[in-house]
Write a protein that binds this ligand. Structure first.
Ligand SMILES: Nc1ncnc2c1ncn2[C@@H]1O[C@H](COP(=O)(O)OP(=O)(O)OP(=O)(O)O)[C@@H](O)[C@H]1O
Ligand SMILES: [Mg+2]
Length: 405
């Protein structure tokens, strides 16, 4: 491999499989690969996205469909990673026969296979093959940005909608807003859109969902924003699981430059799927003591889940000074991380939500909420060019209500 110390992701939990690979790797001539192991397919996508291994050695179970889905998602998350299925002859259950199943998996993006028991010679040859393959074209992937909180009513939807709309004004048809508050989505009504197609259609069409179909399932806002709305039916909404969410997100980042996700204030598998894949999550808080205290817990939870601090940003929304409310500096101290954006309370934001026209469609951008919103949109826009370097955030306490015009 070209990299002097190849990075290898091992996907599988069976002790025999892990021992087999460990001894095969141990017998390899230098350079020894840097190995990272995850137990299951869901974690594999996240590990590939964050670690960019050259190679993923995936233990194959009996289910070929699962491997194909993993291959598609890994390709989208980490196009530079070569996916190699490790299988035991005869152990694969496929209606279409083993060799046809191998071919189908290759079509889905699996690049190679090795048979168990794996020897160091097999690995050496595999490394050779991978090193000499024509380098994978890595399509430029869009960025996924989520607005999250464990508190309801703090402004996740308001900020997600305004960010997405503001970005879409700059990049029409290149921004997707996903309303993942499936049971009680508000994005369509806050944008005054008729959700003629929704995430429920993505669920129904899951088998044939691709980037083209995904774009067709969105509704388009006059700003140029595309919305994948929450289902109109709560019963259907309950059927949406994290696998569909992951599939939609991995397709969305191939179809759009920016994918903004509004979330539900509950820690469930959907939110976890979003956190796994997002390039950045904005943690939305208000400067009231109970919200800040639960924010401290939330940040600890995100850290524990492996959402690295570089992917997290803290926003203080509906900021009001006085009445003993903590300041941005207090909040930063409590959370032990910077507050990156402070958005003041603004009556016009409430009026905009009621009218179904996001503030950024008309509001000024030179003071108060408008200015803070412009900075937030700039910050998201910059992810595509500057990546996720932590910004040295200065909390700009700006809690002045803009003058009535
Ligand atoms: N900066 C702000 N100034 C004034 N009002 C605001 C501001 N941000 C949000 N709001 C208002 O606060 C209310 C709650 O906002 P929003 O629905 O965006 O919160 P949420 O976190 O998405 O809630 P939920 O957890 O229920 O999804 C709305 O009425 C909204 O208009
Ligand atoms: Mg909301």
């Amino acid at each position: 491999m070209s990299n002097p110390q190849p990075h290898v992701l091992i996907v599988g939990a069976e002790p025999k499989f892990l021992q087999e690979l460990e001894s095969a790797m141990g017998a390899l001539a230098a350079p020894r690969p840097v190995v990272h192991q995850v137990d299951d397919y869901r974690r594999a996508v996240e590990a590939a996205r964050t670690r960019h291994p050259e190679l993923a050695l995936v233990q194959m179970g009996v289910d070929w469909q699962e491997l194909k889905t993993l291959a598609r998602e890994m390709q989208a998350a980490a196009p530079g990673t070569a996916i190699v299925g490790v299988y035991r002859q005869g152990a694969v259950d496929s209606e279409i026969g083993e060799s046809a199943a191998l071919i189908e998996s290759i079509r889905a993006g699996v690049q190679d296979f090795i048979r168990r028991p794996v020897s160091s010679k097999d690995l050496e040859q595999l490394f050779e093959r991978i090193a000499t393959r024509p380098s994978a074209q890595s399509p430029s992937l869009g960025k996924i940005v989520a607005f999250v909180s464990n508190k309801g009513g703090v402004g996740k939807s308001t900020l997600a909608i305004n960010t997405a709309t503001g970005l879409a004004k700059r990049h029409p048809d290149r921004v997707l807003l996903i309303d993942s508050s499936f049971q009680m989505g508000v994005c369509a009504s806050m944008l005054d859109l008729q959700a003629t197609t929704t995430m429920a259609d993505a669920l129904r069409e899951q088998e044939r969902l691709d980037t083209t179909l995904l774009r067709q399932l969105t509704v388009v806002h006059p700003s140029g924003l595309h919305l994948l709305a929450a289902p109109n039916d709560a019963v259907v909404a309950a059927e949406i699981d994290d696998a569909l969410m992951t599939q939609v997100l991995t397709l969305a980042r191939r179809a759009y430059d920016y994918v903004i996700v509004d979330t539900f204030p509950l820690f469930d598998r959907i939110v976890m799927a979003v956190l796994d894949l997002c390039d950045r999550c904005y943690i939305v808080l208000e400067n009231t003591v109970p919200t800040v205290l639960s924010g401290v817990k939330y940040v600890e939870l995100l850290d524990g889940l492996g959402v690295e601090a570089e992917r997290q940003r803290v926003i203080l929304n509906r900021n009001l000074s006085g009445a003993g409310n903590p300041t941005a500096a207090d909040v930063a101290r409590r959370l032990n991380r910077p507050v990156t954006h402070v958005l003041p309370y603004s009556r016009k934001v409430v009026a905009a939500a009621n009218l179904g026209e996001p503030y950024v469609m008309r509001g000024q951008t030179w003071w108060g909420f408008g200015r803070a919103m412009r900075r937030l949109i700039d910050d998201v826009e910059a992810i595509r060019t500057t990546g996720n370097e932590p910004v040295v955030a200065k909390a700009v306490a700006n809690d002045v209500e803009e003058p009535a015009s």
